[in-house]
Design a protein around this ligand. Structure first.
Ligand SMILES: CC(C)(COP(=O)(O)OP(=O)(O)OC[C@H]1O[C@@H](n2cnc3c(N)ncnc32)[C@H](O)[C@@H]1OP(=O)(O)O)[C@@H](O)C(=O)NCCC(=O)NCCS
Length: 165
């Protein structure tokens, strides 16, 4: 049975390991290696991960009897609006397509509703097949955004949103 638990700073090595096994597999077919290496280093170096956790991002982990399967991070009342922003969601390649991602988003949805947030929002790379996953669970493309992440690299994303009733 898939269980969702809230992560603490003690779990950051697990989160980093799941990202390590998933990030490059996801993005290397879509973007140059230099950019993928740069983004991974930027977001998943241990001090940066700890900072993100201390700075309003909550992390949840999915596990079953075989071990950890994936994680997500999110921020309630992002920018002091009634918006819950999903910052990250990564499921191990071996565990994808088994409902783990949907279960993580369902958990975030419950927490957003408990906090009376009205919208779920996220950014996704415009070539990422995950767009189809988000559409399948009720998100719509709301905007396009190009973010300068330094070192000459841009993140060319869609903003996707789901209204919560
Ligand atoms: C995208 C991701 C989070 C989805 O999680 P998952 O556990 O694989 O997806 P689920 O099994 O919960 O799928 C839920 C539904 O979405 C559909 N779906 C999932 N991925 C899909 C895809 N790439 N294309 C089309 N449909 C997809 C599933 O078929 C399922 O549909 P159903 O309700 O008809 O059965 C996961 O595949 C992943 O970690 N991908 C790599 C990392 C990534 O891109 N993260 C997003 C960064 S923005």
């Amino acid at each position: 049975m898939i269980e969702i638990i809230e992560a603490t700073d003690h779990d950051l090595p697990i989160i980093r390991e799941i990202a390590h096994q998933t990030f490059h597999v996801t993005y290397l077919p879509l973007q140059p290696k230099e950019k993928v290496d740069y983004l991974f280093g930027l977001m998943y170096n241990p001090p940066s991960l700890l900072e993100q956790m201390k700075n309003r991002q909550r992390f949840i982990l999915a596990k079953d009897e075989t071990g950890y399967l994936g994680f997500a991070s999110f921020e309630i009342n992002c920018k002091n609006l009634s918006v819950t922003k999903i910052h990250k969601i990564y499921i191990l390649p071996t565990a994808q397509g088994r409902g783990v991602g949907k279960k993580l988003i369902d958990t975030i949805t419950s927490m957003a509703c408990e906090n009376k947030n009205q919208t779920l929002s996220l950014n996704v790379f415009r070539k990422n097949p995950a767009i189809e996953f988000y559409k399948r669970i009720g998100f719509k493309i709301a905007d396009e955004i190009n973010i300068d992440v330094g070192n000459g690299f841009m993140m060319n994303d869609y903003v996707m949103e789901k209204k919560l009733s």
